[in-house]
Design a protein around this ligand. Structure first.
Ligand code: PGA
Length: 254
């Protein structure tokens, strides 16, 4: 982490939750105001956006969505538009999560256009990039993440500095197998260098790490100079764990 950047700890609930469980979680998190030092929040399933809004409005916590449509409106059954997200005061939206790329066939080009669509509606896209285990073993990590990010940089053009980037090695997601802090830092530095070629604000941009980040490994990951926070899946569903990670981030800013 660098003093130049306020850390961000963003939960990704994925397809988890239920009205009662969410209420307990949202309230337990809201009870802690960390907003002076950390940008904290969660990306929740679409049906729970209004609940997150109701529980968190007026607090320092930010809520986001996990996907959006590339289209404005119309005959796109099952899709949710950026304008709809705006009606629920959504501040962030995940774009290009590996589970979308893998299970829903999202291409680099589609991901880039989703990022552009979010920006056009005043929503900050959290653009996810990351290599598979096979790609890492083949020595292609750098090439893959650069290709994924280049597609977005090309399409969002002068808005590059307004997005958040998340490095999530696919082999580390939900597997309990975290990238070592050194492995993650190498990739984060590559991404920041790539961003520097596109914007003079790369040093103020947020690059999150995601993939089995938890209360035990957060401190070492967040201590890396180019890791500005976390995109946290499983551990963000447990208030104590997530708050613990947030206080770790807070402590590093002190
Ligand atoms: P995980 O998920 O923390 O459960 O590995 C992270 C993510 O996919 O965003």
């Amino acid at each position: 982490m660098s003093a130049a950047r306020k850390p961000m700890m963003m939960g990704n609930w994925k397809m988890n939750g239920g009205l009662q469980a969410n209420q307990d979680l949202l309230r337990a998190l809201r009870a802690v105001d960390c907003s002076a030092q950390v940008r904290a929040g969660a990306c929740v399933p679409f049906p729970y956006l209004s609940q997150a809004q109701a529980e968190w409005q007026g607090s320092g916590w930010a809520w986001g969505a996990q996907d959006l449509s590339v289209h404005d409106k119309g005959a796109y059954t099952g899709e949710v538009s950026a304008a709809m997200l705006r009606e629920f005061a959504v501040r962030y939206v995940l774009v290009g999560h590996s589970e979308r790329r893998q299970y829903h066939g999202e291409s680099d080009d589609l991901v880039a256009n989703k990022a552009k669509q979010a920006l056009a509606h005043g929503i900050t896209p959290i653009v996810c990039v990351g290599e598979t285990l096979a790609e890492r073993q083949a020595g292609q990590t750098e090439q893959v993440v650069k290709r994924q990010l280049a597609a977005v940089i090309h399409v969002v053009a002068h808005c590059v500095s307004e997005m958040v980037v998340a490095y999530e090695p696919v082999w580390a997601i939900g597997t309990g197998q975290t990238a070592t802090p050194e492995q993650a830092q190498v990739v984060h530095a590559v991404l920041r260098t790539q961003l520097s070629a596109a914007t003079d604000r790369a040093q103020t941009m947020t690059i999150l790490y995601g993939g089995s980040m938890n209360a035990a490994n957060a401190a070492d990951l967040l201590a890396q100079p180019d890791i500005d926070g976390g995109l946290v899946g499983g551990a963000s569903l447990k208030a104590d764990d997530f708050l613990n990670m947030i206080s770790t981030a807070q402590a590093l800013t002190a």
